[in-house]
Design a protein around this ligand. Structure first.
Ligand code: GLC
Length: 456
């Protein structure tokens, strides 16, 4: 059952797990606002290494692919169109996976600056992309594809240095035990997860989805997560709380809260017994599985803004694509994500503050914000365009002064990361404020969100 963060805090304080205060280097150097008040906030626990690693990955690719991709009307097509299971499973006869290549997927992710991919292993329709070793007849081994696609995916990721993670549905529309014998169904779910834990080498995380379908049921989560902790102790455990319940922690083993298509707010982790990360999943249009008549696509600019706004809250962005019927990558998604990758390269590539930068108590106006990385402060400036209002988020504000608060150090100047231009700053230490004089884009440039590095 889902409980709120606050309830979790009450229930779990004192349960152990490193109650060390976690502060950024900036705050240790006297920056930020923490610890200034007479009422010291309760300690924030330090993230366990796997959770800290997950946060540093920042940007991941979500992939929804399955039998439904042949219908081309979203991953809920079976349910929405009321297709009977026998009829629906005829799609297995034409599932060739002719264009599926885990390595190509991983290469695109890398090119886009993404560090991990969370791939569906089985969705609500009950069809598995891996060899279930006889647990289910609805698996890829019983299709013309005839090969374990999760193995292909994981191996492709390994070659390209991308961390593979697996989406596992907990809701099942086709397994009769889901309705008639829930404990037996849950055993099937655990056995499925055990297969995924033991046959593919290290997996970066398991992303469950569907508990929201029966909020009051006993999903036997202790037993499910124990399978993962036993075989894959370094894997992240995530369980999607669904639209409208973003940011809730449901179980003490959960390593990251989810924000399904809802922009994350910073988590106040003071007093928590365990540091839990945050991740927003979002999709390139309005479906997760391919939907050929969905034209409502995000632009690269929109994805850049979403990525930055997730990091503003310290959360990751998991950006979804829906491959074609045969497992190919749709052109638009590939092109848009590559453009996002270009933006990351322009802002430092591997050293882009989006990866290791963390919120540090400095805030800007509207969407502007700051991150601290290796003791340096980076200001993220939105809506610098003055000649149009095509920004995905907020109105054009144009160049000029941008105010940041919560600043406890003085800086001599700032430098745009994209072109090394020097910028003037005004310090106002009495009010812990700083004003950045943001210049206009040089003609020929528009980078959507601009990053300035503050120089002491
Ligand atoms: C929802 C949908 C599901 C999708 C998921 C991704 O829970 O039911 O189709 O996989 O969101 O976050």
């Amino acid at each position: 059952m889902s409980i709120t963060r606050r309830t979790m805090l009450k229930n779990s304080v004192g349960m152990g797990l490193g109650m060390m205060m976690s502060t950024s280097a900036y705050e240790r150097a006297g920056g930020g606002s923490r610890g200034q008040d007479a009422d010291e906030p309760a300690a924030v626990p330090s993230p366990e290494p796997r959770i800290a690693r997950f946060e540093r990955m920042a940007f991941g690719m979500f992939v929804h692919w399955g039998l439904y991709s042949q219908i081309g009307a979203g991953e809920w097509a079976k349910h929405m169109q009321g297709i009977a299971t026998d009829e629906y499973m005829k799609l297995m006869k034409t599932f060739t996976a002719a264009d599926f290549d885990g390595r190509t997927l991983a290469r695109l992710a890398k090119r886009a600056g993404m560090k991990y991919i969370t791939h569906t292993s089985r969705h609500h329709d009950g069809f598995s992309l891996y060899d279930t070793r006889g647990l289910s007849k609805y698996d890829v081994i019983n299709t013309p594809a005839g090969r374990d696609l999760i193995l292909d995916f994981v191996e492709g990721c390994r070659v390209e240095g991308i961390v593979p993670m697996l989406y596992c549905t907990t809701l099942d529309w086709t397994d009769p035990r889901f309705s008639s014998d829930f404990p037996a169904y849950l055993q099937y779910l655990r056995d499925s997860v055990e297969i995924l834990c033991t046959n593919y080498g290290p997996i970066g995380g398991f992303w469950f989805d569907g508990n929201w379908s029966r909020r009051d049921a006993d999903w036997e989560e202790d037993a499910l997560y124990a399978v993962i902790r036993k075989h894959q102790p370094e894997a992240m455990i995530i369980n999607n709380t669904g639209i409208g319940s973003g940011g809730k922690v449901g179980h003490p083993e959960i390593d990251s809260v989810t924000f399904e298509r809802g922009r994350p707010e910073p988590l106040d982790r003071s007093g928590w017994s365990k540091y839990v990360a945050g991740e927003m999943c979002h999709t390139m249009n309005f479906h997760w599985g391919i939907a050929v008549n969905d034209f409502n696509y995000l632009s690269p600019a929109h994805v850049i803004e979403e990525l930055c706004l997730c990091r503003r809250a310290g959360a990751n962005l998991l950006m979804n694509i829906g491959p074609t019927a045969t497992g190919g990558i749709p052109e638009y998604e590939a092109a848009a994500l590559k453009r996002v990758g270009d933006w990351i390269v322009l802002h430092g590539g591997e050293n882009c503050p989006l990866y290791r930068g963390r919120p540090c108590g400095i805030s800007g106006q509207e969407h502007d914000f700051a991150l601290e990385m290796d003791g340096e402060v980076f200001l993220f400036v939105f809506n610098l365009t003055s000649t149009s209002n095509t920004q995905a988020h907020g109105d054009a504000r144009g160049p000029g002064p941008r105010t940041f608060t919560g600043v406890n150090r003085q800086f001599s100047r700032a430098i745009w990361m994209d072109n090394d231009e020097e910028l003037t700053v005004e310090n106002d230490p009495d009010n812990r404020r700083l004003v950045l004089h943001a210049t206009r884009y040089p003609y020929g440039t528009n980078t959507v969100v601009r990053i300035a590095r503050l120089v002491p």
